[in-house]
Design a binder for this molecule. Structure first.
Ligand code: NAD
Ligand code: ZN
Length: 258
């Protein structure tokens, strides 16, 4: 509605330091499905949630083999940033993006040209591997090459342990240093922009509340309602591919509001 846009634009126009928190919704237009949206992977196939659970991954070699097959064909490998990613890159180039906290593992924000030093990957990245036994990290493409060559569940070259993508699975905790960086970014902004996230996964979702308690204004852009909408100065529904470019465009033309 119009008053939400007016408030969002007013807040945004005077913002000097924006911290953004993004979720899977910024990447759906790039062909990477989200989990909980109407076309989400879990919405369509609830059973697939089991594959993202760390205890099943550790206990069951079949789960690992299936996980490697999914990684092989993950849509992230040939995805390119869309207009939602580009809008955040524009904000960065305008010098107004303090930090970009993302729950995504697809590296599309990096690809869109946002300064890497400002990106906080709360849930890790799909582009690297980690050994669950010795902690060694490696290149995902190197491991995928081994899978392509016939290894169903390639073990760590260093210790023979279980390899996994360097992403945070359900049942795993976040890297404490990464979480602290995200909390600092939430405390250190005048506008907190949550985009394309259902705000239902802790502790990511709590960052929105943290920023508001520290005095920031919260703007939420998401196609569906979130549990934090009542805390927000403005809530913008609709497709992020249209919403984010219109929000960051300068100067603002009311005719641009989707
Ligand atoms: P989520 O699936 O919980 O929520 C995504 C939200 O985005 C939904 O509410 C949906 O309605 C909304 N949305 C989807 N497309 C949209 C669009 N085009 N315009 C506006 N809104 C849109 O995602 P989440 O909150 O990011 O949490 C999911 C978890 O899964 C994260 O922890 C993340 O690590 C992982 N994940 C990552 C990716 C990725 O890297 N692209 C994809 C799927 C899941
Ligand atoms: Zn190892």
């Amino acid at each position: 509605p119009h008053d939400q846009w007016a408030r969002a634009r007013e807040v945004f126009a005077s913002a000097r330091r924006v911290t953004a928190l993004t979720g899977a919704g910024v990447s759906t237009a790039s062909g990477i499905p989200d989990f909980r949206g109407p076309q989400g992977m879990w919405t369509r196939n609830p059973e697939s949630q089991r594959l993202t659970d760390i205890s099943a991954y550790v206990a069951d070699p079949e789960v690992r083999t299936l996980a490697w097959q999914r990684r092989l064909t993950h849509p992230a490998w040939d995805a390119v940033p869309g207009s939602a990613h580009r809008a955040l890159a524009d904000l960065d180039h305008a010098g107004r993006l303090g930090a970009l906290i993302t729950q995504n593992i697809d590296e599309l924000h990096q690809q869109s040209g946002v300064d890497a030093s400002r990106i906080i990957e709360l849930h890790g990245t799909l582009f690297a591997t980690i050994c669950l036994d010795c902690g060694a990290t490696g290149s995902m493409h190197a491991s995928l090459a081994r899978v392509r060559d016939g290894e169903g569940d390639p073990p760590c070259r260093a210790c023979g342990g279980i390899l996994k993508s360097r992403t945070v699975s359900f049942g795993e905790s976040l890297d404490p240093a990464v979480l602290r960086a995200a909390q600092r970014a939430a405390l250190n902004c005048d506008v907190f922009l949550a985009a394309g996230t259902s705000l239902t996964v802790a502790p990511a979702a709590g960052l929105a509340e943290l920023s508001v308690r520290a005095g920031a204004r919260l703007i939420i852009c998401n196609a569906e309602p979130t549990p934090y909408d009542a805390l927000a100065t403005a809530v913008l529904g609709g497709a992020l591919e249209d919403v984010l470019p219109a929000l960051v465009a300068e100067p603002f033309d009311p005719a641009d509001a989707p």
